[in-house]
Design a protein around this ligand. Structure first.
Ligand SMILES: CC(C)(COP(=O)(O)OP(=O)(O)OC[C@H]1O[C@@H](n2cnc3c(N)ncnc32)[C@H](O)[C@@H]1OP(=O)(O)O)[C@@H](O)C(=O)NCCC(=O)NCCS
Length: 203
C-alpha cells in the first residue's frame, strides 16, 4: 500500500492503508460512534462478521499509528437492482458471496478531527483500487447513502458514482425518524479510468 508524502516544512506524518484484523474492532466502533447517529450504528457483531468474511475488503487508514478512517466492503452477486430488493434486504442476496461481481461499500468513515483533508478520497482511490486489482471478477462498485449525508454524496460523485435508485425510508430504526436512501454505482472501468487519469468530478 502507498504512503502519502508529508507536506513540506511540516513535521513528518506517515500515513498507511492496511487490511483490518479482528483486533481493530474497537477502533472501528469508536470511529463509527463519532461518525454516525446512533440509529445508524451497526455494532460489533456486524463488523466482526465483515472482517471474518472478507478481511481483504476491510481497510484502515492510519496516521502516525492512529486509526483515522476505515472502509468496509462485501462482494455481492446481485444482477439487477430494484427498490424491492432493498425493501426486503434478503439475507441470501444482500450479503457477502466470495464469487460476487459487485463490490458493496458497507461503511466508510473518517475521524471528525481529520476530515476535509482528502483522507476518504485516498481510502476510496487507493483502497478500492487495491481490492479491484486483487479481485478481477468485480465489475462494479455499489453503495447506499442517506439522502441527507451530503459530504458522503459529494465524495462518491467526485469518484464517478452515479445515482441509480431512490430508496424511500431506507435508513432509520423503528422508533426513529426515517431517511430516504440513494443507491449509487460506478463501473470498474469508469472508476479505474478516473483514478488513473487523476480526474476528480465536481458534484
Ligand atoms: C463522508 C466522509 C467519509 C468524508 O471524509 P473526508 O476525509 O472528510 O473526505 P475528503 O477529505 O476526501 O473530502 C471532503 C472534502 O474535503 C475536500 N478536500 C480538502 N483537501 C483535500 C485533499 N487533499 N484531497 C481531496 N479532497 C480534499 C474535498 O474536496 C471535499 O470537499 P467537499 O465536501 O466540499 O466536496 C466523512 O465526512 C465522514 O466520515 N462522514 C460521516 C460518516 C459518513 O457519512 N459515511 C458515509 C456513509 S455512506
Amino acid at each position: 500500500m502507498p504512503s502519502m508524502p508529508s507536506m513540506q516544512n511540516a513535521p513528518a506524518v506517515s500515513f498507511r492503508i492496511r487490511p483490518v484484523t479482528l483486533n481493530d474492532r474497537n477502533a472501528i466502533l469508536q470511529l463509527e460512534g463519532l461518525s454516525f447517529d446512533p440509529d445508524a450504528w451497526e455494532g460489533e457483531e456486524i463488523y466482526s462478521s465483515r472482517i471474518e468474511q472478507f478481511a481483504a475488503g476491510c481497510l484502515l487508514l492510519e496516521e502516525s499509528d492512529e486509526v483515522v478512517g476505515f472502509l468496509t466492503t462485501e462482494l455481492w452477486s446481485v444482477e439487477h437492482w430494484t427498490e424491492e430488493l432493498f425493501e426486503e434486504w434478503p439475507e441470501e442476496v444482500c450479503s457477502h458471496h466470495a464469487d460476487g461481481h459487485s463490490l458493496y461499500i458497507s461503511s466508510i468513515a473518517v475521524h471528525p478531527l481529520h476530515r476535509n483533508r482528502g483522507h476518504a478520497s485516498v481510502l476510496l482511490r487507493e483502497g478500492l483500487r487495491s481490492i479491484l486489482f486483487k479481485y478481477e471478477q468485480i465489475e462494479q462498485i455499489i453503495l447506499t447513502v442517506a439522502e441527507s449525508w451530503h459530504p458522503a454524496r459529494r465524495l462518491y460523485a467526485r469518484h464517478g458514482f452515479e445515482q441509480r435508485l431512490l430508496l424511500r425510508d431506507f435508513f432509520g430504526g423503528n422508533a426513529l425518524a426515517h431517511h430516504d436512501g440513494i443507491l449509487m454505482t460506478v463501473s470498474r472501468s469508469r472508476f479505474l479510468h478516473l483514478c488513473e487519469s487523476n480526474t476528480v468530478l465536481h458534484s
